[in-house]
Design a binder for this molecule. Structure first.
Ligand SMILES: [Zn+2]
Length: 326
């Protein structure tokens, strides 16, 4: 699929940064690099801190950390989009979700437009098996994830984790499925879509997936950049910019080189919401059909099997950057 991009650009590229393990120390050099190269991407935040020191993410900064919050505001002022990764690094009931949205609004002056679930949280909307609309895929997901199924209850009005009405009111775009593919048009012509089976979400979007620095470098490797440009494609890259991108205050040299090369191409580098506004504005049909739902769900399974084989670990340098004041 080909589309005309704004300003005669050849392709579109942006990043959705899940905030897991992010701290002021380990994200600043990456964002200064992105800003200097002309990228204006999307950084998610947790508005509220966690209470549980046993959390895998304990020590990650949130909007309750003053200096970090100031830096997030400075990114917003420079044109980066600040998005929502849920209320906190742990499950949050409706009250807490409300409080977190107000905290977001107080600090940033707006409500978040884009959202991605933090995988284990119970207030997630249509997550876990509820992400799938085809019965066979629901069953397959249950079968493959028996030991680690967490409940996703944000869309269930009877649950204390319900916030579907608030999501409908405030969130324009919620992430659905992610794939090991740089050009999302090779997955589906419908990168952004509405799904009447998920009525508390306005629009959903698919993304490319790279968990950490090693997977990120692999996904935006020069050959893939060339492919994205040649195919006139679109990439919304979901990653964790807190996972291993920095060592001794410097950005991973391969990441730096690859982002420099990408920035020199004739690409459009908007935020996630700007990109999705453009796609929804140019695409007349918004509701996803049955064939496309099968396509997205089936390919998600195929890609997740493939990713298990190609997953890369990374050096957990972020531990040096937690509690930077200590
Ligand atoms: Zn997360």
């Amino acid at each position: 699929m080909k589309i005309s991009w704004p300003e005669n650009k050849q392709f579109a590229f942006t990043i959705f940064d899940d905030t897991d393990v992010s701290t002021l120390g380990n994200i600043t050099p990456v964002y200064e690099l992105l800003a200097g190269l002309g990228f204006r991407t999307t950084k998610s935040v947790w508005p509220l801190s966690a209470n549980d020191p046993a959390s895998d993410y304990f020590g990650s900064h949130t909007l309750e950390d003053g200096k970090y919050c100031d830096y997030i505001k400075s990114l917003q002022q420079r044109g980066f989009e600040i998005a929502y990764h849920g209320a906190r690094m742990e499950s949050s009931s409706r009250n807490m979700v409300q409080k977190s949205l107000q905290k977001f609004r107080t600090e940033l002056g707006v409500y978040p437009r884009a959202y991605a679930c933090h995988a284990g949280n119970c207030e997630n909307l249509y997550w876990g098996e509820a992400r799938f609309t085809i019965k066979a895929f629901k069953l397959l997901f249950q079968l493959l994830n028996q030991s680690k199924i967490r409940y996703s209850e944000g869309h269930r009005p009877e649950s204390r984790f319900f916030w579907g009405d608030l999501a409908k009111k405030y969130i324009n775009y919620a992430r659905s499925f992610s794939y090991d593919e740089i050009n999302l048009f090779n997955i589906s012509p419908r990168v952004c879509y509405a799904d009447s089976r998920k009525p508390f979400l306005n629009y959903l979007f698919i993304s490319s997936d790279a968990d950490n620095v090693e997977e990120f470098n692999n996904l935006i490797h020069l050959k893939n950049q060339e492919k994205l440009e040649r195919q006139g494609g679109v990439c919304i890259l979901s990653t964790h910019l807190g996972k291993g991108f920095i060592k001794e205050d410097a950005v991973n040299p391969a990441t730096k080189y690859l982002l420099e090369r990408l920035s020199q191409r004739n690409g459009w580098f908007p935020t996630v919401s700007q990109l999705l506004d453009y796609l929804t504005g140019t695409c007349r049909e918004t509701e996803i059909d049955f064939t496309q739902r099968i396509n997205l769900e089936l390919k998600w399974f195929l890609h997740s099997f493939k990713r298990k084989l190609t997953a890369r670990t990374y050096e957990k340098s972020e531990l040096d950057y937690l509690f930077p004041d200590e």
